[in-house]
Design a binder for this molecule. Structure first.
Ligand code: SF4
Length: 288
């Protein structure tokens, strides 16, 4: 190994706009919001980040009962409105870090319901983002994760559709085309966020060329695990790490191109640490 080894970071990798924004709001809250400061649920699915936040004084509350004073930070994927009301009633300062793209889904859901459409939320039942969207739909929405879910729903003539931000375009298209066969009017507001898809495409493109792929991010992060899966289908030597300390020189034996990518819940500092460690282990001259 040596200077012929190249490290390449995928064109789209690491935290998305909404998570970056939530992290920066948490850092501001640690410095200036009424203490103690808690996030309501983990701010992102990354145990390392949760620990780092705790070190700066931002604790983790699973429910409002665990945050009886000070401030609560609402996560990027949002909550049902009643949670924010309940927090305010308890006298807590609310720092709403709901991603603006998720808010867009909330507003679209409210508008479609107000216009009299039966609302379908294309998404994963039980996911906190989907629960939050449902909370903006006046109790009248139904969650559909694939076309088979439509069987159990008594559809009205006019159906409105919004989408969990991380859904795929293919799944949305399948469900909408089935709906158009069954009802008179389908009004779709496509609320898919491109961040997930961009990361997956960039990871696949790099994994096709790389000798080794390193995926950096929480093992409990769904989007990071999905990146690891996409890469392992294209590059046999794919490794998923949470932290640079897990990297092993033996993984990079005879590698010329080492690809690095990270899920939407991995801060750029963690990607940088992984690249620096790979450089130390392999003697790679530079990262690009
Ligand atoms: S994936 Fe998209 S919608 Fe979700 S937090 Fe990130 S930027 Fe916002």
């Amino acid at each position: 190994m040596g200077s012929q080894v190249t490290i390449e970071v995928a064109a789209h990798a690491g935290v998305c706009y909404g998570v970056e924004r939530a992290l920066s709001m948490a850092a501001d809250a640690a410095a200036s919001a009424p203490a103690p400061v808690h996030t309501l649920g983990p701010l992102i699915h990354n145990p390392l980040v949760v620990r780092e936040l705790a070190e700066t004084g931002v604790g983790l509350a699973d429910t409002l009962d665990d945050a009886n004073a000070g401030s609560v930070i609402i996560r990027a994927h949002g909550v049902v409105p009643s949670v924010i009301e309940a927090a305010r009633e308890r006298g807590l300062a609310v720092i709403d870090a709901t991603c603006p793209y998720v808010k867009r889904v909330h507003h679209a859901a409210e508008r479609l319901v107000a216009e009299g459409y039966q609302l379908i939320v294309v998404g994963e039942s039980g996911h906190p983002e989907v629960e939050g969207i449902m909370g903006h739909a006046d109790g009248r929405a139904r969650v559909v994760s694939d076309t088979s879910d439509l069987e159990g729903i008594e559809l009205e003539r006019r159906v409105g559709v919004v989408v969990q931000t991380t859904q795929t375009q293919d799944n949305l298209s399948r469900i909408v085309s089935e709906l158009t066969r069954r009802v008179d009017e389908v009004h779709v507001v496509n609320t898919i966020c491109s961040a997930t898809q961009e990361r997956q495409q960039a990871a696949a493109e790099l994994a096709d060329r790389a000798d080794v792929m390193v995926i950096v991010g929480g093992k409990n992060s769904g989007n990071t695990r999905r990146l690891a899966q996409i890469c392992s289908e294209r590059c046999e030597r794919t490794r998923h790490i949470e932290d640079a300390s897990e990297l092993d020189a033996a993984w990079f034996e005879d590698a010329r191109l080492i690809g690095v990518t990270a899920g939407a819940s991995t801060p750029s500092a963690h990607i940088d640490r992984a690249c620096t460690r790979i450089q130390e282990l392999t003697g790679a001259a530079h990262a690009r």
